[in-house]
Design a protein around this ligand. Structure first.
Ligand code: GLA
Length: 403
C-alpha cells in the first residue's frame, strides 16, 4: 500500500506562526521584538480586473498570512530581514526614495516612505523588522499586499501614527505603485486590511468603502476550494499594464472617466462606439463583471449561499469565461483547473486574482472538496504538469497585531 500525501493542505496555525516570527526575530537581531503584526493574503470571489475602473469587488482574506516581528530603535536606520530570503536591508529611513530599494524590502520600506506625511519630523524613525511570509509566493494570492499591510500595521504601532485602516490601505497601494514600481488597483490591499473573519468584503473601488458580507460556507455544508496551479507567470506585469491600458482606451472612446459609468443595459449598442474589437471586448468584460458583482451581492442579500448556490455558481462560471474570452488573462493551467472542477461537480469555478497563472477557486459541497481537489491533481498529472496545491478558503480576519 502506498501512502498518498494529503490532497488538501492548510495554512500554519496563526498563534504558532506569530510565535515563530518572534523567535526568528530574536535569533536574528539578538533581542526580543516589541510586537508581532500580520496581514492575510486574499482570494477574490468575484469582480476581477475591475478595481482600476472604479468597479465593485467581493474579496475575502484567507488564512495564510505574512508576519512582521518588529522593534523600534532610537536611530533612523531601518533594518529588514526575512525568514524566506537572504536579502537584507539596512538604510537611513530619511533617505528612502522610489527606485532606491529593490526586491521584497521595497514593499516594506515603501510603506514607511508612503506613511511619511503621518510621521512627525523630529522623531527617530528607526526600526528592526523580521518578515516571515506564509502566503504562497507567485500564487496570485496577494503575498505582496500581505507583506505591505503587515508592515503598515507594525509601523503604525511602533511609531504611534494614529492612521486609519483606510489610510494604511492607501499607504500600501502607494508603496507598491510609487515606491516599488509595480502595478495594482487596490483590491488586494483593501482585502488584506479591511476583511473581517467569517465574512467576504463588498468593496466599492470608487471610494474604497466596504461592507462585510456573511460568508459562512462551512455552516451550510459548502466549501470554497483554492487551487494554486503553480503555473509559471511570465510577463505578468506587462500583460497587466496592457489590459489596464485597454480599459482606459475604452473609457476614453466612450467619453467616461471610468467604465463604472457605463450602464450594462444596452451594452452592445454603447460599445459600438469603440472601434478596436479587442478594446471593445475588454470593456465588455469590465461592464458585465461589475454587473455580476451586483448580482452576487443581491443574491447574498436575499438568502444564504446554500439557497442560491446554483445562481452563485453560474456567476462564478460566467466570470471565468469572460476573463478567458473577453479579457484574455487565463492560461491553460487555469482553464484546466476550472474545467476539471466543474466536471467533478463544483457548483461554479473561476480563476482568481490577476491571472496569467496563479490560483482558481471552486464552490463545492464540503464533502466533495477533497474529491474535486484530487480530480484537479489527476488532470494536472495527466497533462504532465507540476502538482497543484489545493486548500480551503476560510474567511479570515484582516491585518492586525498578534502579540
Ligand atoms: C491583481 C491586482 C489587483 C486587481 C487584480 C485583478 O491582483 O493587484 O489590483 O487588479 O489583479 O482583479
Amino acid at each position: 500500500m502506498t501512502l498518498e500525501p494529503p490532497v488538501l493542505s492548510a495554512a500554519p496555525e496563526r498563534e504558532q506562526a506569530a510565535a515563530r516570527a518572534e523567535e526568528l526575530f530574536t535569533a536574528s537581531f539578538g533581542y526580543r521584538p516589541d510586537g508581532v503584526w500580520s496581514a492575510p493574503g486574499r482570494v477574490n470571489l468575484i469582480g476581477e480586473h475591475v478595481d482600476y475602473q472604479d468597479g465593485l469587488c467581493l474579496p475575502m482574506a484567507i488564512s495564510h498570512r505574512c508576519f512582521a516581528a518588529a522593534a523600534r530603535t532610537p536611530t533612523d536606520r531601518i533594518r529588514l530581514r526575512s525568514a524566506q530570503d537572504s536579502v537584507e536591508l539596512d538604510v537611513d529611513a530619511r533617505e528612502l526614495k522610489p527606485g532606491a530599494v529593490e526586491g521584497w524590502p521595497a514593499y516594506v520600506a515603501g510603506v514607511l516612505w508612503a506613511l511619511r506625511p503621518h510621521i512627525s519630523g523630529a522623531a527617530p524613525q528607526g526600526m528592526d523588522v523580521l518578515i516571515d511570509g506564509q502566503v504562497p509566493l507567485g500564487a496570485g494570492l496577494s503575498s505582496s499586499a500581505a507583506l505591505e499591510c503587515a508592515a503598515a500595521e507594525a509601523i503604525e504601532s511602533l511609531l504611534s501614527l494614529g492612521t486609519s485602516p483606510l489610510q494604511r490601505v492607501r499607504a500600501a497601494i502607494t508603496a507598491e505603485t510609487a515606491f516599488a514600481g509595480a502595478s495594482t488597483g487596490g483590491l488586494d490591499q483593501a482585502a488584506s486590511v479591511l476583511s473581517e473573519a467569517g465574512h467576504a468584503l463588498a468593496l466599492d473601488c470608487r471610494d474604497f468603502s466596504t461592507r462585510p458580507v456573511p460568508w459562512d460556507l462551512a455552516g451550510q455544508g459548502l466549501a470554497l476550494l483554492i487551487t494554486d496551479t503553480r503555473a509559471e507567470h511570465s510577463h505578468v506585469d506587462g500583460e497587466y499594464a496592457a489590459r489596464r491600458a485597454d480599459t482606459e482606451r475604452a473609457a476614453e472612446a466612450l467619453g467616461v472617466a471610468t467604465l463604472r459609468e457605463i450602464d450594462p443595459a444596452g451594452l452592445e449598442q454603447s460599445l459600438a462606439a469603440i472601434e478596436d474589437p479587442t478594446v471593445r471586448r475588454r470593456a465588455h468584460h469590465v461592464v458585465t463583471e461589475i454587473q455580476r458583482v451586483r448580482d452576487t451581492e443581491a443574491l447574498l442579500a436575499t438568502g444564504t449561499v446554500r439557497e442560491h448556490v446554483a445562481e452563485l455558481g453560474a456567476l462564478l462560471d460566467a466570470s471565468h469565461d469572460s476573463l478567458r474570452d473577453d479579457f484574455e488573462v487565463t492560461v491553460p493551467a487555469l482553464d484546466l483547473a476550472v474545467d476539471t472542477a466543474r466536471a467533478a461537480g463544483a457548483h461554479g469555478a473561476r480563476m482568481t486574482g490577476g491571472g496569467f497563472g496563479g490560483s482558481t477557486i471552486a464552490l463545492v459541497e464540503a464533502d466533495r472538496a477533497e474529491a474535486v481537489a484530487a480530480a484537479i491533481a489527476e488532470a494536472f498529472a495527466a497533462a504532465g504538469r507540476e502538482a497543484p496545491a489545493s486548500f480551503l478558503a476560510l474567511p479570515s480576519a484582516g491585518a492586525g497585531q498578534d502579540r
